[in-house]
Design a protein around this ligand. Structure first.
Ligand code: PEP
Ligand code: MN
Length: 334
């Protein structure tokens, strides 16, 4: 971090800065230009906030040289993280597909979809039991009954479960019954939830907020990891732009950007990012082509009757075909 000082700064004003940052284990280097005076802070500055520097009246502005996160950063963990979760691998060339309905609706629905996606080669079953819906009148999931049905689907198919937590109220039951705890886009900056989920030390799928930057996503990953979790999977699920032809705009460049900045696996959600079933296959293939570590896809056996997100849900036969195409794309880019 570089602190740029105001013109006319006195030596006596610099001393408290030196003391404060030396006490935090940093190396202080003064840079004197003709008209500008600066202080360089070297060492682990990931825990410094802008306020830590801006409280000194002689500091005009600051420049960050390294990222404000550490556990999620590739600098501190140069190789790709590969996680083994319930016997499946993800990251560093290991590709995992999470598939299933937007919401768990009934035993028949979730079990039959689980059986079909498993047959096609899915690694994990997704399904919402607690749904974050914009309207208070929309279907909000079956709650704890939904979790029980996911558990049943796992027992019947062997597929590990990915499902979203919305409230710390259910931390214990998620810890017991869920293989990967999903934190949805709307809760990406619910810092209390991030921290508490992190403390469970379970695998987490963290979705990018719809108006969040990549750095904010990584800061949220840092929250989860600072709680103790090590297996955090980042998920790009589309961001808000001026474009209205799709539900969100899929930021595919987030894949190589995140891979540059972080060692954590990156998955793409082609369903919420586009909002339309016919866009799911091309975007999934594109994601695989640019190096995604996996996909999270909504699959429904009767999309017309789905209680949530039918328009963006692909049918099992389309999913089956997609899985075959994905193998070819992944072979091609090896
Ligand atoms: C979901 O995956 O069920 C979901 C609600 O997605 P998002 O949080 O990305 O909107
Ligand atoms: Mn959905």
């Amino acid at each position: 971090m570089i602190l740029i000082l105001k013109p006319g700064t006195e030596e006596s004003e610099i001393e408290p800065i030196r003391k404060a940052f030396e006490a935090r284990g940093l190396i202080i280097q003064e840079i004197k230009g003709e008209a500008t005076r600066m202080i360089g802070l070297a060492g682990d500055t990931s825990k410094l906030t802008e306020d830590d520097a801006m409280i000194f009246p002689c500091v005009d502005r600051i420049m960050r040289v390294s990222e404000p996160y550490k556990l999620a950063s590739r600098k501190f963990h140069p190789t790709d993280s590969v996680f083994e979760i319930a016997g499946r691998k993800i990251g560093g060339g290991e590709f995992a597909v999470i598939a299933g309905p937007c919401s768990v609706e009934s035993e028949e629905q979730v079990v039959s979809i689980a059986e079909l996606v498993k047959e096609s080669g899915a690694d994990f079953l997704r399904g919402g039991a607690f749904k974050p819906r914009t309207s208070p009148y929309a279907f909000k999931g079956l709650g704890l009954d939904g979790l029980e049905l996911l558990d049943l689907a796992r027992k019947k198919t062997g597929l590990p479960i990915v499902t979203e937590i919305m409230s710390p109220e259910y931390l214990d039951i998620f810890a017991e019954k869920v293989d990967i705890i999903q934190i949805g886009a709307r809760n990406m900056q619910n810092f209390t939830l991030l921290r508490q989920v992190g403390e469970l030390k379970k695998p987490v799928l963290l979705k990018r907020g719809m108006s969040s930057t990549i750095e904010e996503l990584l800061m949220s990953a840092e929250y989860v990891m600072s709680g103790g979790a090590t297996q955090v999977i980042l998920c790009e699920r589309g961001i808000r732009t001026f474009e209205t032809s799709t539900r969100n705009t899929l930021d595919l460049s987030a894949i190589p950007v995140l891979h540059t900045k972080s060692h954590l696996p990156v998955v793409i959600d082609p369903s919420h990012s586009t909002g339309y079933a016919h866009l799911v296959v091309p975007m999934s293939l594109a994601a695989a082509a640019c190096g995604a570590d996996g996909l999270e896809i909504e699959v429904h056996n009767n999309p017309e009757k789905a209680l949530c997100d039918g328009a963006q849900s692909i049918r099992p036969a389309v999913f089956d075909d997609l899985m075959k195409k994905l193998t070819k794309v992944r072979e091609a880019i090896k």
